[in-house]
Write a protein that binds this ligand. Structure first.
Ligand SMILES: NC(=O)c1ccc[n+]([C@@H]2O[C@H](COP(=O)([O-])OP(=O)(O)OC[C@H]3O[C@@H](n4cnc5c(N)ncnc54)[C@H](O)[C@@H]3O)[C@@H](O)[C@H]2O)c1
Length: 344
């Protein structure tokens, strides 16, 4: 079977990780990436041997001046691929979608775009089959992906009645912490529900959930706190089993010294993860508590990494090369080294 030819537009936080994940799959080929900048990020791509394209004619001269070899234009890249994964900042991918459609190229967009742009929002374990052979889908954002994985797990085990969650979000990404972010404060979001709850319902409308969010003064990872009303009184082990049965959720433990977000970040680096990335939802097994028909738990989301495997599955779903979502998840997880358990 020939490999799926993929291009990535926007080689930032998400784009460079998606590009690496594509290169790790035996059934995909990264034809090239495209961007408008000419700094260390694009120079690194060129040094890694990735063909670099210029997304805007105006950017090409600067890229060449910076010594970046240009493989061609954005249009040329589009003409050479089966799928474009657009990882540009909010709003740009929506404008590119018509271009992809005209070229007969499938498109994977990111969580910064509105659901209405593609009419389909994607998390592999929830709705892979409804993305099969579509022209486009939107991989939902980091927090929403984690919500679908965890509440989806409880729902699939017939345990979820309703869920209320508080999200402590990172202020900004590490690469841009010199020019944005908050310091020495916590900033509550001005609306309840925060957008992540309704966003999760674009993937699983049946979920009864409300989210409240705040931005805190750190740059890596989000932290969620959930209070769950179960459909019936259950044991702690039953709730843990529901999470064990779902993909891409890994347990962490206070008893292993994983006592805060920084511990997990350190663990990922010790495990030799690329960029220290954690693609799994890391759920504190020994903090989770159940009291009758209520469950309480907290978990950590690596916002830069969690949606990357979903992008890989979305590529397979749109092209229809793998019909079974569970098989695609298995292939992606094996190629990337995604775990159910980080430590013995
Ligand atoms: N950063 C996160 O934690 C995170 C998590 C999940 C989803 N997302 C979503 O992923 C998308 C990308 O976010 P990001 O954090 O990677 O952004 P980013 O700013 O890190 O990267 C965006 C890249 O796109 C490039 N770009 C800008 N305009 C362009 C254009 N016209 N054509 C081509 N390239 C252009 C930029 O130069 C940059 O390299 C957004 O929809 C965002 O909401 C981000």
């Amino acid at each position: 079977m020939s490999k799926i030819k993929v291009g990535v537009n926007g080689y930032g936080v998400i784009g460079k990780r998606v590009a690496d994940a594509i290169r790790a799959q035996s059934d995909m080929e990264l034809v090239g990436i495209s961007d408008i900048i000419s700094d260390y990020r694009l120079k690194t791509a060129a040094m890694l041997g990735i063909p670099v394209h210029s997304s805007l004619a105006a950017a090409e001269g600067e890229m060449k001046n910076a010594g970046i070899p240009i493989a061609g234009t954005f249009d040329k890249l589009i003409s050479e691929v089966d799928v474009m994964v657009d990882c540009t900042p909010k709003g740009i991918a929506a404008k590119n979608l018509e271009k992809y459609k005209t070229a007969g190229v499938k498109a994977v967009l990111q969580g910064g775009e509105k659901h209405s742009v593609t009419g389909h929002s994607f998390v592999a374990q929830a709705n892979y089959s409804s993305a099969l052979n579509r022209d486009a889908t939107r991989v939902v954002s980091c927090n929403t992906t984690s919500i679908i994985r965890t509440l989806g797990a409880l729902h699939d085990a017939s345990l979820l009645k309703k869920a209320r969650g508080v999200l402590i979000r990172r202020a900004t990404d590490p690469w841009e912490s010199d020019h944005s972010g908050v310091m020495n404060t916590v900033v509550p979001e001005s609306h309840i529900p925060s957008h992540q709850g309704p966003d999760a319902q674009t993937v699983r409308p049946e979920l009864d959930l409300v989210t409240i969010a705040a931005k805190a003064a750190h740059t890596q990872c989000h932290n969620h706190y959930w209070v769950i009303e179960l459909t019936r009184p259950a044991s702690r082990e039953e709730v843990l089993d529901a999470f064990r049965a779902a993909p891409r959720i890994a347990f962490i433990r206070m008893s292993d010294g994983i006592v805060a977000l920084n511990s997990t970040i350190d663990l990922m680096q010790d495990l030799g993860r690329p960029r220290g990335d954690m693609w799994e939802v890391a759920l504190w097994e020994d903090v989770l508590a159940v009291n009758g028909n209520e469950a309480y738990y907290t978990y950590q989301v690596d916002n830069q990494a969690i949606a990357i495997p979903e992008n890989i599955d979305a590529i397979r779903a749109l092209t229809g090369t793998v019909k079974d979502g569970r098989e695609s998840i298995r292939m992606t997880d094996e190629a990337m080294g995604i775990k159910r358990c980080f430590l013995y």
